[in-house]
Design a protein around this ligand. Sequence first.
Ligand SMILES: NC(=O)c1ccc[n+]([C@@H]2O[C@H](COP(=O)([O-])OP(=O)(O)OC[C@H]3O[C@@H](n4cnc5c(N)ncnc54)[C@H](O)[C@@H]3O)[C@@H](O)[C@H]2O)c1
Length: 319
Amino acid sequence: MKIVVLDGYTENPGDLSWEGFEALGDMTVYDRTAADEILARAKGAQVLLTNKTPLNAETLAALAPELQYIGVLATGYNVVDIAAARSHGVPVCNIPTYGTAAVAQFVMALLLELCHHVGDHSRSVKAGDWSRCPDFCYWNTPLIELAGKTFGVVGYGRIGRAAAKLAAAFGMEVLACDAHVSAGSDGVARMVSLEELLAASDVISLHCPLFESNREMINREAIARMKDGVLLINTSRGPLIDEQALADALHTGKVAGAGLDVLTVEPARPDNPLMKEPNCLITPHIAWAPKESRQRLMDIAVDNLKAWLAGSPQNVVNP
Ligand SMILES: NC(=O)c1ccc[n+]([C@@H]2O[C@H](COP(=O)([O-])OP(=O)(O)OC[C@H]3O[C@@H](n4cnc5c(N)ncnc54)[C@H](O)[C@@H]3O)[C@@H](O)[C@H]2O)c1
């Protein structure tokens, strides 16, 4: 069985092993594959693994009938035309969950950095500012205590719930809104409407998936409803935010700080308006990427292929 990984580098830059797959067939791993290289590399493979390399209807037609299985090395599978795969009888299997704890932890990393600017203060100390300081301490930015403040979770699913528990552990009051749960409390969060959440939260953290219906849900109007000096965290998907509106709000101080792991266009465009805003932390889509969660992703991807080989496929997104 010929197994081809089209873009293995972000999942395994060298600190993990592909041996689970290697035991199942003759495997070739490419770090990354450009659009015009896909066909030549994938031709003849029975098993194709992709993370972000697109497999559209035309490509899938060209790879049939040899291609029998597609594994997506991620949760989101929008890079594969799953209907076209189905029409060729090819199951597409994803990794529904592997990084919930890591992403929730990263939310707090962004939030704590906005509250304390640990990195900036350490750089300032090493640049000599403390040595020159007449006092025993100094700070370059306002410092923020979270206890007693309100943490608003938009999208109360796996990651939103995990982030809510961490916020509660910091003594924050937690509000949440979700497209499918509208009232009640689970002892961690009180469910409210999006409007109430926007108006009452000191920190707003986005955790809903991206759909056409919620693209730019955080637009000028939504920001206007927020508290002055709100902090905004986005580890979900960049297009949930109107980036120019957020840049303008950061500029005026309406939004005091933003922590973003995702942008509308990735990798970041140099002219993204948020790149110039000093109180906007931007990280390169790494919330999912601690070794532990990538190992979990690898293990589930291997299990998916084994389950398919055993005749009972799991995590099929195009049944
Ligand atoms: N930055 C990263 O590295 C990284 C890693 C993994 C996941 N993610 C993102 O995190 C998102 C959440 O992951 P999850 O595992 O918690 O998903 P999940 O499916 O468990 O939870 C999503 C929740 O959002 C709710 N929802 C859907 N539309 C909504 C809307 N318009 N308003 C409010 N709530 C809405 C759903 O009902 C669900 O409860 C993913 O969709 C993905 O975009 C990012």
